[in-house]
Design a protein around this ligand. Structure first.
Ligand code: 3NM
Ligand code: MG
Length: 511
């Protein structure tokens, strides 16, 4: 039997998730909404009541011609005439279950890592439930949070071993992240067949609407990608659009929401004002929902990370992701401490970043870190070869389906498809505090006004910022980093008002 795994419902009968609703009615509504597989999962009820509910669910799923699987209990599956079972690593072994249920039964297995996946696939599991993708209150005793990178690693291995076993991801999946999870986990020849959800359907007021929304999202290309990137393949074409984008910024004056470190708050607010954006420094995650609704962009700057800070960041990232607002990630000092490396992983697994910017070390850390444990954290950190830098930026962007900027004497910018080297700027930027952070603020403001091509938006921000720095550095009244700061703000303000194409040169395509 060929099963459609695209929207896989796992049930939960706890008060926290199901509440006072009737499980059978929830399942029926969900199936009407488009759920393609149902797994009856009840960790606490006695056998008799499992069988009672199992039979009700069997009748419903049969009516809609959707497979029914039973979590853990092989005997219950037999008793209710289910299509099969789903087994965790601590449940009955696959071989035994297969002998009892026969060759046609659907037997799914949970895989948390490469070896569990490969073992289950080679022993004849019908499909794999890969997780836990994101931390979830639905299942607290999860082994480890593997993020989209962990799922991708497993899919990659299965594809190199030519294993065609169907796969679904599970854990913390909902309407705000299913598209991203589907596309970010794609390996060259293998992709997820679907997503498994509990609370995103069972815990909602309207399970039918929730299921049908998820179903639509899963089948659609994600909105987070740049819709018009394909039209901007030539440097001249990109540059010619920048003056009008800069002008647009001052007309629209987008909200630029900074969750940034204490050192640069004041400077970042000044930079935002000079380029024509409307800054707010708001580090409290609770505020993000309101702010995300204002059409601006969010900067997550990890400069002075704390446990509280992390919780606030996650809350804010989710709020912006949910409404499709742009989020820029600045993983300041990413490789410096264990806490920061872990923070990078936590943040990357909790949301989508439209753009990640950092210096060589930070980008290398993000690149290594989200490959999940496998690679050395400081991989590429000592890279001095320019083409290697361009390559790592391109690879990270391709992997995350976003835009990546590595700053340095030469900046590298890529969306995975187009990669550019930018040689603007002034060395005084290296002698003042917050120049990297406020470049992040600047780019975020551009991401808020120009959504059609995020790489182009970023490029506009970088050129505006660095050309202003060049002009300031050349001014006669600038004697060093101290006098550079006010001159830089002046020039930023002036270039932002300028609409001349000549102000945006020196861009070179990287090889
Ligand atoms: N299994 P929600 S995570 C049932 O990682 C289950 O194997 C998991 O619930 C695993 O969709 C999980 O509400 C719960 O996050 C998923
Ligand atoms: Mg189990």
């Amino acid at each position: 039997m060929a099963i459609d795994y695209s929207l896989y419902l796992v049930t939960d009968s706890t008060q926290a998730i199901l509440g006072d609703k009737d499980l059978a009615s929830v399942v029926e509504a969900a199936v009407e909404g488009g759920v393609t597989v149902v797994q009856y999962r009840d960790k606490t009820s006695e056998t008799a009541s499992l069988i009672r509910m199992g039979k009700r669910l069997r009748a419903i799923t049969q009516k809609y011609n959707v497979p029914l699987l039973i979590n853990d209990h092989v005997a219950v599956a037999q008793a209710v005439g289910a299509d099969g079972v789903h087994l965790g690593q601590e449940d009955m072994d696959l071989g035994t279950a297969r002998r009892i249920l026969g060759p046609d039964a659907v037997i799914g297995v949970t895989a948390n890592n490469l070896s569990e996946a490969v073992v289950a696939a080679s022993e004849g599991a019908s499909y794999l439930g890969i997780g836990t993708v994101y931390a979830t209150p639905t299942k607290e005793n999860t082994k480890s949070i593997i993020g989209t990178a962990g799922v991708k690693k497993i899919l990659h291995r299965l594809s190199t071993m030519n294993m065609t076993i169907p796969t679904v991801a599970i854990g913390g999946l909902n309407a705000s992240n299913v598209q991203r999870v589907m596309f970010q986990t794609k390996a060259p020849t293998k992709r997820l067949d679907g997503v498994a959800v509990v609370s995103a359907i069972v815990a909602t007021e309207d399970p039918k609407a929730a299921a049908s929304r998820l179903k639509i999202l899963i089948g659609r290309v994600p909105v987070s990608m740049s819709p018009r990137a394909g039209e901007n393949q030539h440097v001249e074409k990109l540059l010619s659009q920048i003056p009008s984008i800069v002008k647009d910024l001052s007309i629209k004056s987008p909200l630029c929401h900074n969750m940034t470190n204490l050192v640069v708050q004041n400077f970042a607010a000044n930079v935002a004002l000079c380029i024509g954006a409307s800054p707010i420094m708001a580090n409290y995650g609770e505020e993000a929902k309101d702010l995300a609704g204002l059409g601006g962009a969010l900067v997550i700057n990890m400069g002075t990370v704390t446990p509280d800070g992390l919780t606030n960041y996650i809350q804010a990232i989710r709020a912006y992701n949910e409404v499709g607002g742009s989020v820029l990630f600045d993983p300041v000092g990413a490789g410096a401490t264990t806490v920061r490396r872990q923070s990078v992983r936590t943040l990357m697994s909790n949301g989508y970043f439209d753009l990640i910017k950092g210096n060589e070390n930070e980008i290398a850390t993000v690149h290594g870190e989200s490959m999940v444990q496998q690679k050395g954290v400081d991989m590429g950190a000592s890279t001095t070869d320019e083409s290697a830098k361009a390559h790592i930026v391109q690879k990270l962007a391709a992997r995350e389906r976003n835009v990546v900027l590595m700053t340095g004497r030469t900046d590298y910018l890529s969306d995975g498809d187009r990669t550019y080297a930018i040689k603007n700027g002034h060395h005084y930027l290296g002698n003042i505090t917050g120049s990297g952070c406020t470049l992040g603020t600047t780019i975020a403001a551009f991401l808020a006004v120009h959504k059609e091509d995020k790489l182009l938006a970023a490029l506009a921000g970088i050129l505006l910022y660095e050309i202003a720095a060049e002009q300031a550095g050349q001014r006669e009244d600038v004697k060093g980093p101290g006098t550079f700061v006010p001159a830089f703000l002046d020039q930023l303000y002036r270039v932002a008002q300028s609409t001349s194409k000549d102000d945006y040169q020196w861009l070179q395509a990287a090889n």
